[in-house]
Design a binder for this molecule. Structure first.
Ligand code: CA
Length: 747
């Protein structure tokens, strides 16, 4: 049940609401909604201030200065520092932290959402953009809204069917759906108020996975799709009606059709060739931050599409506004300034990662700055008044650039990393997954440290001919094409090369304070608290609390399922909670078969409090379906054809060799009937409701047969390895580990 928080001074209208809420406490949400509707019709007579909001009275002011116990917007407040001042849970008692409640999300795909907490209600999203409102005290479901995303749209998503959460504003809950709609729901009832299609070019693969942001009566949302040839933009929509108020394009369109504004004409001077035919990319797929002090909007712009800069813009050019932070007027979308982190971007180095607002004293002067640790491996300090680069230092292993020239703001490039123009196969740090990706950072004003979910592994980039609408990840890396034809060795190499760390970064010194290693890359975003704790969920299925000052691990809890979404903290009735949504997925999580341990049946939201005694039901032990059939051919050329088709169409979700993360099926260990129906499943979308799209438009019957034979060949190898005596497997495994260590060292 939604209640008014004790900290708010109730107005006359609020007093009415509290009274009514008390009266209907025992009734259902629907009954409350009816009374609300009634109240709304009476509102002009009752409230001298105008209409009464049907839901939490959350506005720009309240998001700017939330009370300690709430988490009203994506990064908690507009500064997005993800610092909760709550200190009831602290370094001295975190050992007593236990599970308060859990909620099963009715899907087992990736979860990347930040839960919001407003007036005792948790708003969180699951896979396929489904929204849940939960009682934040008990985890009980208040409502659920399913936007019914067509499951075929999963093909358009580069990195799983994830969603990073909602915005709540003026009584409404806003969610961007995977099929690029912006939806407004009644915060009390979950009923649809309006929806707007944010992408008008249907042939393009626009998707939304990011959380909308709201301020000054507007809702801001971008989209993804730069892996598949879209033209990026961000839009502002009227929070009340859903009407488009402005749109800012991040790359210019076809000059022959006329530019939308002068900014586009200027940006076009930094492009060559016929970039508009490829879309250009530059999607604003994650970070959008409103600056309440300067009344500005900052957007993080993504990578070029295609990745290959030589194809996209032959002859070079900076290709504005790829890999840039752009400042806009929030009310009009008018361009104010930009800072481009990677001119002529070609490594999928998006600048769409978490933008954090802060103030710093530099040489005796206070600067309003933004902190940014994008994929490219440098920690940027940018003056948010004018977009000037103040500092950029590497926070992870970097080989594409030697540093930044502060006079020009430009990177000092390593010419060997230019795979697009050299045509060579090159190994570059960071990889396209980035030294830090969408997983949000956190900052503690008590330690002065920025906490970064860092990862380190190399990317292999090689120019390939253009085929399809960019084929497998549009001409850049081919993660599976490492020339290793042995799944066990491949797995060992992946384990040795993927490094993950919780990095504490000192932004004043521009250097690392400490690092805590994780078993692999891709763990969750971070939360810092007033109790001097930093929380992180890990891909090997734990929620961990470390000391904010030195990184010492103080508490860990087995979550059964991998966590990539960031934890949050909130307080209700004098009780502090820490909550996180777990569910393996996303670009890395979808494809990494990290563990053979039993998994829960679904993703979950978990909430913790001191002395919490709730327990999770046992995880589910998977059934074995017995041996699959033998491949229809052993002809090397045929199997190679199957592998190539697999890479272009299946690998993104089902991982190298079919050995997926177990949230999408391991294609080497399917039920027999699925092999019998393989062609119909793949081409006709026979199990589309389960999330498997149909590929009838691009694959022939011969193609699906080739893919199936390749997978059955993989299954046979997997079986052969597993049926060897344990001592032989052990010797081989030791050998693979040694080879992998050498390969990882050479990289
Ligand atoms: Ca990308």
């Amino acid at each position: 049940m939604i209640q008014m928080p004790s900290h708010q001074m109730p107005s006359m209208a609020d007093g009415m609401r509290i009274g009514i809420f008390n009266a209907v406490k025992a009734l259902s949400i629907r009954a409350a909604a009816l009374i609300f509707a009634l109240l709304l019709t009476l509102a002009p007579a009752l409230s001298p201030g105008g209409a009464i909001a049907a839901g939490p009275a959350l506005d720009t002011r309240r998001i700017s200065t939330p009370t300690a116990g709430e988490w009203p917007s994506h990064g908690r407040d507009y500064h997005e520092q993800r610092y909760s001042p709550l200190d009831r849970i602290h370094t001295g008692n975190v050992g007593q932290l236990g599970l308060a409640w859990s909620f099963d999300i009715d899907s087992a795909r990736g979860i990347e959402a930040t839960p919001l907490i407003i007036d005792g209600v948790m708003y969180v999203t699951g896979p396929w953009s489904v929204v849940y409102a939960l009682d934040a005290r008990t985890g009980q479901r208040l409502w659920r809204y399913d936007p019914q995303v067509p499951r075929d749209w999963g093909r358009m998503a580069c990195c799983d069917v994830v969603n990073r959460g909602v915005a709540v504003y003026e009584g409404k809950v806003f969610v961007g759906t995977l099929d690029a709609r912006l939806v407004a729901l009644d915060a009390v009832t979950g009923e649809l108020l309006w929806e707007t299609r944010t992408a008008d070019a249907e042939r393009y693969a626009y998707t939304i996975t990011g959380a909308p942001r709201a301020a000054r009566g507007l809702v801001f949302i971008g989209n993804g799709g730069a892996e598949f040839g879209v033209r990026g933009y961000v839009g502002a929509y009227d929070a009340a009606t859903g009407q488009l108020r402005w749109r800012f394009y991040t790359v210019p369109g076809n000059p022959a059709e006329g530019f939308e504004d002068d900014t586009q004409a200027e940006a076009a001077k930094t492009w060559n060739g016929e970039w508009w035919k490829y879309g250009g990319g530059g999607t604003v797929w994650d970070s959008i931050v409103y600056d309440p002090e300067l009344d500005r909007l900052y957007i993080g712009v993504g990578n070029g599409s295609p990745w290959n800069a030589q194809l996209r813009s032959p002859g070079g050019g900076d290709n504005l506004f790829l890999s840039s932070i752009v400042a806009l007027d929030p009310m009009t979308g008018r361009y104010l300034w930009h800072y481009q982190e990677v001119p002529g971007e070609m490594w999928d180095y998006t600048a769409s990662q978490h933008i954090m607002l802060a103030e710093m004293n530099i040489a005796g002067r206070t600067h309003k700055v933004l902190w940014h640790a994008p994929k490219n491996g440098f920690f940027f300090i940018i003056d948010r008044e004018n977009g000037k680069l103040l500092s950029a230092e590497p926070y992870s292993k970097v080989t594409w650039a030697k540093g930044y020239d502060l006079a020009t703001g430009r990177p000092i490039l390593n010419p060997d990393a230019d795979w697009a123009r050299s045509g060579k196969k090159v190994t570059v740090y960071p990889s396209s997954a980035g030294a830090h990706n969408w997983q949000p950072m956190a900052y503690s004003p008590r330690t002065g440290l920025v906490y970064i979910p860092e990862q380190q592994f190399p990317g292999i980039y090689q120019s390939k001919p253009l085929h399809g609408r960019f084929g497998s990840f549009n001409l850049g890396t081919d993660l599976a094409a490492k020339g290793v034809d042995n799944p066990q060795l491949m797995a060992a190499i992946v384990r040795k090369t993927l490094k993950g760390r919780l990095l504490a970064w000192d932004p004043i010194e521009q250097q690392a304070a400490w690092r805590v290693p994780r078993t692999t890359a891709g763990s969750s975003g971070l939360l810092a608290t007033g109790g001097d704790l930093v929380f992180q969920a890990t891909v090997d299925a734990e929620l961990v609390a470390v000391h904010a000052a030195d990184g010492k691990t103080l508490w860990r809890f087995p979550t059964q399922e991998a966590g990539v979404a960031p934890p949050i903290s909130y307080e209700l009735d004098g009780e502090q909670y820490v909550a996180v949504a777990v569910g393996r997925g996303g670009a890395l999580g979808l494809t990494a078969p990290l563990t053979d341990a039993p998994l829960p049946a679904t993703g979950r939201v978990l909430a913790f409090k001191l002395g919490g005694r709730h327990t999770l039901p046992p995880a589910v032990v998977e059934v074995s379906y017995g041996d699959p059939p033998s491949p229809g051919t052993r002809d090397k050329a045929m199997l190679a054809r199957g592998e190539a088709l697999y890479r272009d169409h299946c690998l993104r979700c089902h991982s190298a060799g079919g050995a997926a993360n177990r949230r999408v099926p391991d294609l080497r260990r399917l039920e027999r009937p699925r092999y019998d129906l393989f062609d119909r499943i793949v081409r006709e979308g026979l199990i589309q409701p389960a999330g498997m799209p149909g590929f009838g438009d691009t694959l022939s019957k011969d193609d699906t047969q080739a893919i199936k034979d390749y997978l059955l060949d993989q299954a046979e190898r997997d079986r052969a390895f597993r049926s060897q005596p344990a001592w032989l497997r052990s010797i081989k495994q030791t050998f693979y580990e040694a080879v992998a260590t050498i390969i990882a060292w050479l990289m």
